[in-house]
Design a protein around this ligand. Structure first.
Ligand SMILES: *[C@@H]1O[C@H](CO)[C@@H](O)[C@H](O)[C@H]1NC(C)=O
Ligand SMILES: *[C@@H]1O[C@H](CO)[C@@H](O)[C@H](O)[C@H]1NC(C)=O
Ligand SMILES: *[C@@H]1O[C@H](CO)[C@@H](O)[C@H](O)[C@H]1NC(C)=O
Ligand SMILES: *[C@@H]1O[C@H](CO)[C@@H](O)[C@H](O)[C@H]1NC(C)=O
Ligand SMILES: *[C@@H]1O[C@H](CO)[C@@H](O)[C@H](O)[C@H]1NC(C)=O
Length: 717
């Protein structure tokens, strides 16, 4: 029978459903989010004051003075510690600090870079302890060259605080014309004579070149990458500078900025929450770079592609609050900036922003739960998902959070035992998503999660069953959404940035795409299972080879060779290819014969994340599962050919996260002659129970106090 065969191929059909047995009302919560006592002993501080002139306004708390143009709200000056202006006052006032967007109309190819300019200034709150001001711009439909968006940019200064906050509310009303927004951020242009030292993480901080050094340098493969040929500080000569070398994932990017060694001043952009950033925890973006410039990026297509952005169609109403972020000024030190970042994070959600669109803590909700995983070829039992990323994102397909820009996202990580708590969730309807380091694929919880003010939702036990058809025959790498464990070469001596030498993050070096050709000048990479070591023998990016005629790049074909015994010709093997990045690439798969006219499988043209050119260690994640019929394999040596078929350009290619060949499904449990309508009573409370039934396998994942998830696997013969 046809169905019989189909099920023989797929073997077990796993059905997972949740039964909440013995739910204990005392749900576990992690301690990570218990608010600290935020009020610290403060020095006597002056009240916050607002000064207004015809075309300027100033906020002053005796520590920092923030001067804005009025009514457009552009940042003209930041005064701190006797320094009149830490911004670059050689620039015109409107060019020193600003919110901006890149927007376009869907039917047009042109896009516009636009600094937000308010047309109306308003004081929202004014007490001795805080002042909040607003600069708004309301769309005027008779101005044909403007974007259909209402924008409200806010600035807040608190008493005794060494800095200021900014947030923005963008709104597209129902019925308004279509709009694309590709980027939104705040940019600060700092004073070049003062700020010389940049810090973006514990390891990545250094004396930086100047903008003039770049102007005098040699532009490399694209304009952002410059070889410093005659820098003012001679020790930087021969190094490459490129702003993309300083990108970070959202999950690792909460504070960055610049230090003036001479004036002992630090300028820091602190992002206290990722809820308003797009694309989830793995989205990568710019931080600070030569200028000196510091950015607060809310979203952009960097490391994601030109389709990543807000797309408003058919009069869709949309509104989103970006921020607040905190601009912190201190006496120079990175460690203090990190401490301040922690304080800001703990204060989240802030209780002082006045916009009704920014809900305070009591208007938000919390969810808790516990995530298990079950991969029956790794373990018969359910295992708690350790350090898994669990997050709420707008409803969508599995994994769609990676490209979501319109909504809010709320992510957390599970502890050792799979428990997670996500707090401070804004009201709304979400999907719960997760991915687990060490396992392929994406988890999405079946039901929508509706958060109301004060919601305390206990989801109980959840189960992720990653894609799996059979036992692992071999695998390359670690499934963790990056190729960091593979071989990352040193930079060519003529293109190094000394900062990244001897770092674990040497993928940040310029020009590594050409190192492939240096290592494999004529013959492509061949990986022999059981002999090769992916840490040394698997190049971290599948790139093109530079040919001897300059500027030409040719496609490359990698080989994985492996021995098989006992090939079952009638069954299906499965090749899993997890990609950590793709850019104008096509991966074609051949099994044992690279000369057939058509590949066994092709991804077709995929990806625009441009992570190779931008020195990223990943872009967007994707997973391909390729059926390999047993009759295509042989007893003995087999070879899988992976061809990245799009040549020409050095930046076309992919980064593999992980590759695995699975054998055909195995029937693990012989059928008995019991009943198949088990009511769950055969497995007890606590621990993990297994019971064999006729054609059924039931595995219960039970927490000590939280009830059980029951996995039922059905074998169909
Ligand atoms: C919109 O723009 C038109 C054309 O410049 C102007 O006449 C009108 O006053 C504007 N409307 C508002 C509400 O600003
Ligand atoms: C030049 O750069 C080096 C290396 O970063 C640094 O040690 C030195 O202090 C810099 N010199 C000046 C004058 O900034
Ligand atoms: C990197 O490490 C090597 C070996 O320990 C050392 O010789 C070299 O000086 C180091 N380079 C830098 C820039 O720290
Ligand atoms: C390119 O030139 C190098 C050095 O001359 C040589 O070793 C290599 O074989 C050449 N490659 C091709 C594909 O011609
Ligand atoms: C291959 O099959 C033979 C005969 O069934 C068995 O003895 C042997 O253990 C199998 N080898 C492997 C590697 O499974």
């Amino acid at each position: 029978m046809e169905s019989r065969q189909r099920f023989l191929i797929f073997g077990w059909l796993a059905i997972a459903f949740s039964l909440f047995l013995h739910v204990d009302s005392a749900a576990r919560t992690s301690n990570r989010w218990i608010p600290q006592n935020a009020d610290q002993v403060q020095m006597p501080s002056s009240p916050v004051k607002l000064y207004t002139w015809k075309d300027h306004v100033m906020l002053d708390n005796g520590i920092v003075k923030l001067t804005l143009l009025s009514p457009n709200g552009l940042i003209a000056g930041i005064q701190y510690k006797g320094v009149e202006n830490v911004l670059d006052y050689h620039l015109r006032e409107p060019r020193r600090g600003y919110w901006d967007i890149v927007w376009s109309r869907p039917q047009e190819r042109k896009s516009f870079f636009y600094e937000f300019e308010g047309t109306s200034f308003k004081v929202i709150a004014e007490t001795e302890d805080m002042i909040e001001i607003s600069f708004t711009n309301t769309w005027n439909s008779s101005l044909s060259d403007s974007y259909p968006l209402n924008v409200d940019i806010r600035y807040i200064m608190l008493r005794g605080s060494s800095g200021f906050y900014s947030y923005g509310i963008m709104e597209h009303l129902e019925g308004w014309p279509d709009l694309n927004i590709d980027e939104a951020r705040i940019a600060f242009k700092l004073h070049p004579d003062m700020f010389n030292y940049m810090a973006v993480s514990d390891n990545i901080q250094t004396n930086m070149p100047t903008s003039n050094d770049r102007i005098g340098g040699r532009v490399l493969d694209y304009k952002e990458a410059v070889l410093l040929t005659n820098p003012s500080n001679a020790t930087l000569k021969g190094e490459v500078d490129d702003k993309y070398q300083y990108s970070y994932d959202n999950k690792d990017s909460f504070v960055h900025g610049w230090i003036s060694s001479r004036r002992n001043i630090g300028f820091w952009v602190i992002t206290p929450s990722n809820e308003f950033r797009a694309g989830g925890p793995m989205k990568n973006d710019l931080t600070s770079h030569v200028g000196p410039t510091s950015l607060a990026i809310f979203f952009s297509g960097h490391y994601a592609g030109s389709n990543f952005g807000i797309r408003l169609r058919n009069g869709e109403p949309w509104k989103k609050v970006f921020g607040p972020i905190f601009i912190y000024l201190n006496s120079g030190f990175w460690e203090d900036a990190k401490k301040q970042m922690q304080k800001e994070t703990q204060k989240w959600p802030y209780d002082f922003p006045q916009s009704k669109d920014f809900p305070h803590a009591n208007q938000r909700g919390t969810i808790t739960g516990r995530l298990f995983v079950r991969d029956r070829y790794l373990s018969r039992q359910c295992m708690p998902a350790k350090s898994a990323y669990v997050g709420l994102a707008p409803p969508g397909d599995v994994g769609s959070w990676q490209t979501d820009t319109k909504g809010y996202q709320f992510w957390s990580q599970t502890d050792e035992n799979g428990y997670f708590t996500i707090r401070a969730i804004r009201e709304g309807t979400y999907n719960l998503n997760a991915w687990v380091p060490g396992l392929i694929g994406d988890y999405k919880h079946g039901a929508d999660i509706v958060i109301k003010p004060g919601s305390q939702i206990q989801l109980g036990n959840l189960l992720y069953t990653p894609p799996r058809n059979g036992p692992t025959l071999w695998e390359i790498g670690i499934p963790d959404r990056t190729p960091a464990e593979f071989y990352v070469p040193d930079a060519a001596p003529e293109f190094k940035n000394n900062l990244f030498i001897n770092q674990t993050e040497k993928y940040r070096q310029y020009g590594l795409w050409d190192r492939y050709t240096d290592l494999y000048p004529d013959q492509d990479l061949i990986y022999t299972v059981g002999v090769s070591n992916y840490k040394k023998d698997w190049f971290f990016a599948h790139v093109n080879r530079r040919t001897n005629s300059t500027q030409k790049y040719e496609a490359t074909t990698w080989q994985v060779s492996f021995h098989l015994t006992n090939v079952t010709r009638k069954q299906t093997y499965t090749l899993r290819i997890a990609l950590a990045s793709a850019n104008y690439a096509e991966i074609q798969v051949w099994i044992n014969n690279p000369c057939t006219t058509r590949p066994h499988f092709t991804t077709r043209l995929i990806g625009r994340d441009n992570a190779i050119a931008r020195h990223g260690i990943h872009g967007l994640y994707s997973l391909y599962s390729v059926d390999v019929p047993g009759f295509q394999l042989v007893h003995g040596k087999n070879t899988i050919y992976l061809k990245q078929s799009r040549g020409e350009n050095p930046f076309c290619g992919v980064m593999y996260d992980y590759i695995r060949l699975e054998g055909p499904p195995k029937v693990m449990f012989a059928g008995g002659s019991g009943s198949s309508d088990d009511d769950g009573s055969s497995f007890g409370r606590g621990g993990v129970g297994v019971s064999n039934l006729d054609l059924w396998q039931v595995v219960a994942c039970c927490g000590a106090d939280n009830g059980c998830v029951v996995v039922m696997e059905v074998a169909v013969y």
